[in-house]
Each structure stands twice: as structure tokens, then as C-alpha cells.
Design a protein around this ligand. Sequence first.
Ligand SMILES: Nc1ncnc2c1ncn2[C@@H]1O[C@H](COP(=O)(O)OP(=O)(O)OP(=O)(O)O)[C@@H](O)[C@H]1O
Ligand SMILES: [Mg+2]
Length: 339
Amino acid sequence: MINIPLIQVKNVSVTFQSKKQTIHAVKDVTFDVYEGDIFGIIGSSGAGKSTLVRTLNRLADPTSGEIDVNGVNIATLSGKALQNFRFKMGMIFQNFNLAASKTVYENIAFVLKAAGKKGEAVKSRVQELLTLVGLSDKADAYPAELSGGQKQRVGIARALANDAKILLCDEATSALDPQTTTAILELLKQLNRDFKLTIVLITHEIDVIKKICNRVAVMSNGKIVELNDTFALFSQPQQAFTQSFLNVDENTLLPDNIKNNVKGTLIRLRYIHENATQPILYQSAQLTHVEFNILHGFIEYFNDRALGNLVVELIGKPDNIQALIQLLKDHDVIIEDIS
Ligand SMILES: Nc1ncnc2c1ncn2[C@@H]1O[C@H](COP(=O)(O)OP(=O)(O)OP(=O)(O)O)[C@@H](O)[C@H]1O
Ligand SMILES: [Mg+2]
């Protein structure tokens, strides 16, 4: 059986036409999302992220291109089929979009009733959803009585009410403090794990991507400039834009007074933690008669994977330094000369 992606975005462009100008918000974007993905779309303000994601649930229509969900071209959907499609694709927002005059219970019950559920079925489903998002005691509260994190939990419950299989998140944690953000991301992870919920998540926060996405697309100026597994993207970004946007260098920048005093060759090593680079560096340096001086080091975590970073000064004969670098590369260490 061929593994059809859950969402196929094919050459999608979105153009806005006003009297004065034409804005090409999304330009010829193509990518697939697989079932069970937590697919991140990251990019700076105005990159076209929201516009792109709005085309996935027909909140906006592409100017050209096609989007298939479950193998069906969503542009062909209308009436009941379109309504059912939308029930299966929930969405949450930065500003939560809850009805202020409705209680938590009513906010969720509303979408269940819209899908034709009645009476006891609504009651029990709302209770089930509130338990799922950890708000079983808040059914009668109004949105104004909730914290930001609690409001987003209601947003999630509402988005999933009609058994959504896909959740679209547009900056869903951008209005939350770091601790609350972590809690909401944990909830999304749990839903992804327990219900195979596929998540497409827009953010401008790199940490959000690192924490939960398994795949990520980097958007700039309407285009996807790079797409990869999260770990691969952060450990080996290919495009200059991605490198500067992800700021992979930021943590390894040395203060000028240190950098100016470096006499040897300055290199950055990036390695997957399981490779246990410290002994490899030590042994390789001994073998090649090069001295090394660790100036900076840290480990970043991506889900359960660790990426090590070291900035090291190498002192020795140029040939020996080259031999050392080659030995490290043979051990899958990524080396950059940053002298
Ligand atoms: N309805 C619209 N009419 C005209 N232009 C629009 C419309 N919606 C978006 N745009 C323009 O399209 C471009 C992309 O906007 P979009 O909201 O998709 O960016 P974004 O990546 O989500 O940005 P942010 O991170 O600030 O939310 C921007 O130049 C924006 O001004
Ligand atoms: Mg946006």
C-alpha cells in the first residue's frame, strides 16, 4: 500500500489584490504532512504562515495550486462534506477566540450542537473534553475568569470536540508565559501521542519548534526555504537564511576579548550526544599531537535527542590539525572553522 500523506500541499500560492498593490503572501509552496506529525512552520512576521495555514481548512482559498487531505482535493468540497471536513480539522489561535458571553461549557457545547449532537451526548462529551484538557472544574466559568493557559485549554477542547484528526495552531502559545507555554505544549504532545492527532503548528518561537515538532518548514517571504526533520534542521541547516534565522551561532559566539586572544585554530564541533564526543576529541587530539582548549560548550535537547556544541581552540602543526579534523569528521562530528 502506498503511504499517502495526510495533507498534501501542491504548488500553493495566495495573492491579495488591493487597489494599490498585489501582495504575494504565499508563493508556490509544496509540502506534505504525514499522519502523526507535529509539523512546525516557522518564520518571521509577514512570512505568510497564517495565510498558508488558513488555506488548509478552507478559511482562505489558494489563488493557485491544490491541497489534498486524505487524498481528496479540498477545493471540491461543499455543503455537508465541507462541514464534516471542517469538524475533523480543529484550529486554535493566539487570542483564543472564545465567546466572552458564553461559559466554558457553552463554548464547547456550541460546536457539538453545530455538528448535530444533542442532550446527554453533548453533556457527556463536554465533560470528557474538559477532563482531557484538565479543566473539569471550570465548566461554569466565563473566559474572563480564566488564565491564558486555561483559555487555550478551552480552545483545544473546542477544536477537538467533533473528533478532529488534525489540529492547526496559529501562534497558540505566543500570548503565554514560558511555564504555561510548556504546559500547553505538553498537552499537545500528549494528544498527539494518545490520539495520533496530527498537528500543524505555526510559530515564530524557535523553542516551541525544538520542544515538540518532529518536522519543520522554514518560511521566508512567502516561500518555504527549507524543510527537514527538526533535529536535522537544527544540527545541519542548509540555507543561509535558516542558519541566521535559527541563530544556531548565537550560543557559540565568543566575547571579543576571548576571541582576540585565541592563537590557534578555532573550530565549532556539533555532534549527536550519543557519539560521546569528549573521549573522541581527547583520543583524536592525542593521536594527532594537537592540543585543544575548550572555550565553550552546551547541549541542546530536541524531544529525546541531544545535540552537543563545543567551541574549541586547536594548537598544533597545520597538518596535524587537519588530520585531527578529519578524524573527528570520520566520527560524524560536524566541524566548522570559525577562526
Ligand atoms: N486579508 C489580507 N489582505 C491583504 N493582505 C494580507 C491579508 N492577509 C495577509 N496579508 C499580507 O500577506 C502577508 C503574509 O501575512 P501572514 O499574516 O500570512 O504572515 P504571518 O507569517 O502569519 O505573520 P505574523 O507572524 O505576523 O502572524 C503580509 O504581507 C500581510 O500583510
Ligand atoms: Mg500569523
